[in-house]
Design a protein around this ligand. Structure first.
Ligand code: 13P
Length: 252
């Protein structure tokens, strides 16, 4: 089954009005067919409108986080209601930096996934094991657990992309090998087939994240269960366009 490729650019806590304008000029210089490839940029909340103005309509935008609480006395939070009101179509949920640095639990990711989907916001659900867990051969167990936590919360699998991001590969320059990434993606798809249905497993997009660059993306996108990427550092550089081009060429 042909799945529409998906590439995310997670800008994390980076950017200035000037850098976003400059990147926008570079990104806008490439074109792709939105029916074959979705590209979603995740700027900080404060840069959202700057990024929306800088990027042309080929690019969708998303939030890096969504509150698990509603509007009200929750200082520092951005609610799903607000994302909906501001026409923000996507949000990341469960990024490893949220899980590790801000102590978000599997239960938190489930609540955030549910609340985002209820407000019509598509979710890129991030999962992945630490180095310790990989060395203990617990990769599949960890990914399955992180997915299981959210299965009940997912009312529409068409609105969910899974990002497999091994923690040891994030920001380290140590990209997973093509086979390591393929094995993990295949196991995630098999788990979804068992827990949800074969139909959902066949159609859900599973993208790889962790030190993706213009130098390694061509090989990774050839793997049969890899439907695209969630890119961190390289999405802040002109080379992000080369990643878009590589995915476009592989899916042409
Ligand atoms: P890097 O591409 O910088 O390793 O970051 C990956 C990531 O965390 C994307 O969400």
């Amino acid at each position: 089954m042909a799945r529409t490729a998906w590439v995310g650019g997670n800008w994390k806590c980076n950017g200035t009005t000037e850098s976003i304008k400059t990147l926008g000029e570079v990104f806008n210089g490439t074109s792709f067919d939105k029916k074959k490839l979705n590209v979603v940029i995740f700027p900080t909340a404060i840069h959202y409108s700057t990024a929306r103005q800088a990027l042309n309509e080929q690019y969708e935008l998303g939030s890096q986080n969504v509150s698990k609480t509603k509007n009200g006395a929750f200082t520092g939070e951005v609610s799903a209601e607000m994302l909906k009101n501001m026409n923000v179509p996507w949000t990341l949920v469960g990024h490893s930096e949220r899980r590790t640095l801000y102590h978000e639990t599997d239960a938190d990711t489930a609540v955030k996934t549910k609340i985002a989907l209820e407000h019509g916001i598509e979710v890129c659900l991030c999962i992945g094991e630490t180095l310790e867990e990989r060395e203990a051969e617990k990769t599949n167990e960890v990914c399955s657990r992180q997915i299981d936590a959210c299965v009940e919360a997912i009312s529409d699998w068409n609105k969910v992309v899974i990002a497999y991001e091994p923690v040891w590969a994030i920001g380290t320059g140590k990209v997973a090998s093509q086979q390591q990434a393929q094995d993990a993606h295949e196991a995630i798809r098999a788990h979804i087939a068992k827990k949800v249905s074969q139909e959902v497993a066949d159609k859900v997009r599973i993208v790889y994240g962790g030190s993706v660059s213009d130098a390694n993306c061509e090989g990774l996108i050839q793997m049969k269960d890899i439907d695209g990427f969630l890119v961190g550092g390289a999405s802040l550089k002109p080379a992000f366009v080369d990643i878009i081009k590589a995915v476009k060429a592989a899916r042409a």
